[in-house]
Design a protein around this ligand. Structure first.
Ligand SMILES: [Zn+2]
Length: 377
C-alpha cells in the first residue's frame, strides 16, 4: 500500500531558490512538450505522412541549458504527468491538456528515490540535487520512500509530500454502525446502533475569517498594480486563505478519523450539492461546509481500515420518512426542525430522524454495493 505524508519544509534562501527554479523547469518542460505534441499533430495532418517522434525532456537541454541545473527526474516526471493528462483525455475522463500558467497552476515538482537519494536524517530530509533541507516531521512512518513532491503555496510556504510503500494496516473490527446526516445547522448529526446521537456543530471557519479576508481583499484592490505594497498585501491574503483551508481540513480529518475508529459500518448521505449550490443563500454555507471533502476522506479511511462505507442515494428520503413507523410524511422545508408523525404520533428532531433512517440502511445493506430496490427513488 502506498501512503502519502506531507511535511512543511524550511529551506535556506539558496535552497528555496533552487526549488522554485526546479518547479519552473518542470512547468517549462510540460508546456514545451504539450506545444510540440500539438505541432507534430498539425504537421502530420498537413503532410499526411507519419508523425515524427515526440521529443524527450533531455532533448531540450542543448537549446535551453538552464534545464541542466534542474533535477532531471523532475523533468521526466513532468513528461509523465503530461502523458497521464493525455491518457485521461483519450479515455474521455478529462478535457484536452492545458498549458500550466505560472500564476494559476499548482506550483510543484515530483522526483524519485533512487537508492537513498531521498531519505530522512533527524530533522532534515534529503532531496536529489538539493541535499538536506530542514523540515518539521510531526508524524513518523515506517517503509520505503518511493517519491517526493515539493510544492509551494501562493504565500511562498514549501511542503514535501513523501509517497511511502507500507504494509497494510492490520484490520481491527470496530463495534458500531452509524448513520450520518450532513447539514447546515450542524455539520453532522450521527446516531449509532446503540442509539447514541452526536451532534457536531459546524465550525464555520470560513465565515468567521471571512470578514478579515474581505478587508484584506479590499486593501489589495486599492494598491497600485506591480507595487511592492501590493505584493505584500497579496502575500498576507494568500496566507489567510491557507489558514482557513488548513483549519477546515484539520476539523474534517479529526472527525472522519473518530468515525472510522468507532464504527464498522458507516452510512452517509450524498447530497445533491451542485443543485443546492444554485441557491445563492445556501451556496456560501455549503462551500464552507466541505461535505465533498468529508465524504472523500471517509471513503479512503474506510477503505484502508476495512470498514464498509454506504453512500445513500441522493434521492433517499432520509428527512421525509418517520424512523419509528416508516411512514413517508412528504417533503419538509429547511425551516422545519421538528415534526410529529401523522401516522404514529412520534415526535422527531429532523436531523436525528434522518440519521436514524440512514443507520437503518446499514442493517439492510452491509455489502456496500448500493441500495436495495425498495429504498431507491
Ligand atoms: Zn411514524
Amino acid at each position: 500500500m502506498l501512503k502519502g505524508y506531507k511535511y512543511r519544509l524550511h529551506p535556506t534562501a539558496a535552497q528555496a531558490e533552487f526549488l522554485i527554479r526546479t518547479i519552473g523547469c518542470a512547468r517549462f518542460i510540460y508546456n514545451k512538450l504539450l506545444e510540440d505534441r500539438i505541432a507534430i499533430h498539425e504537421e502530420a495532418k498537413v503532410s499526411g505522412g507519419p508523425k515524427r517522434k515526440p521529443p524527450t525532456p533531455a532533448s531540450y537541454k542543448p537549446l535551453f541549458p538552464f534545464l541542466c541545473e534542474a533535477d532531471s527526474l523532475a523533468l521526466a516526471n513532468a513528461k509523465l504527468h503530461l502523458d497521464t493528462a493525455f491518457a485521461k483525455f483519450f479515455a474521455g475522463t478529462a478535457g484536452f491538456p492545458v498549458f500550466k500558467s505560472r500564476r494559476k497552476a499548482r506550483a510543484s515538482y515530483t522526483t524519485n528515490n533512487q537508492h537513498g537519494t531521498i531519505r530522512i536524517e533527524e530533522d532534515r530530509v534529503r532531496l536529489p540535487k538539493v541535499g538536506f533541507i530542514r523540515f518539521t516531521q510531526h508524524r513518523s512512518f515506517d517503509g520505503e520512500i518511493r517519491s517526493a513532491t515539493v510544492s509551494m503555496t501562493r504565500s511562498g510556504t514549501f511542503f514535501v509530500s513523501l509517497l511511502v510503500e507500507q504494509d497494510d494496516e492490520p484490520w481491527v473490527p470496530a463495534e458500531h454502525k452509524v448513520g450520518i446526516d450532513l447539514g447546515l445547522g450542524y455539520f453532522a448529526v450521527m446516531t449509532n446502533d446503540a442509539f447514541v446521537t452526536e451532534k457536531i456543530p459546524n465550525p464555520r471557519n470560513l465565515r468567521k475569517a471571512e470578514g478579515r479576508l474581505k478587508q484584506a481583499q479590499r486593501a489589495l484592490s486599492r494598491k497600485k498594480p506591480g507595487s511592492r505594497n501590493r505584493e505584500k498585501t497579496r502575500l498576507l491574503l494568500a496566507k489567510k486563505h491557507e489558514q482557513v483551508k488548513n483549519r477546515r481540513h484539520d476539523f474534517l480529518h479529526k472527525l472522519s478519523r473518530h468515525i472510522v475508529d468507532e464504527n464498522q459500518v458507516v452510512v452517509v448521505e450524498t447530497l445533491r450539492t451542485r443543485e443546492m449550490m444554485q441557491d445563492r443563500r445556501l451556496a456560501k454555507s455549503i462551500g464552507d461546509a466541505g461535505w465533498g471533502e468529508f465524504v472523500r476522506q471517509l471513503e479512503y479511511k474506510c477503505r484502508s481500515h476495512g470498514r464498509t462505507l454506504i453512500k445513500a442515494d441522493p434521492w433517499f428520503a432520509s428527512t421525509q420518512v418517520c424512523s419509528s413507523c416508516g411512514e413517508n410524511g412528504g417533503k419538509k422545508g429547511l425551516d422545519i426542525r421538528e415534526w410529529t408523525c401523522a401516522a404514529c404520533g412520534a415526535h422527531h428532531d429532523r436531523d436525528v430522524n434522518a440519521s436514524l433512517n440512514l443507520l437503518r440502511l446499514a442493517d439492510r445493506n452491509t455489502s456496500g454495493q448500493g441500495l436495495p430496490d425498495e429504498l431507491g427513488p
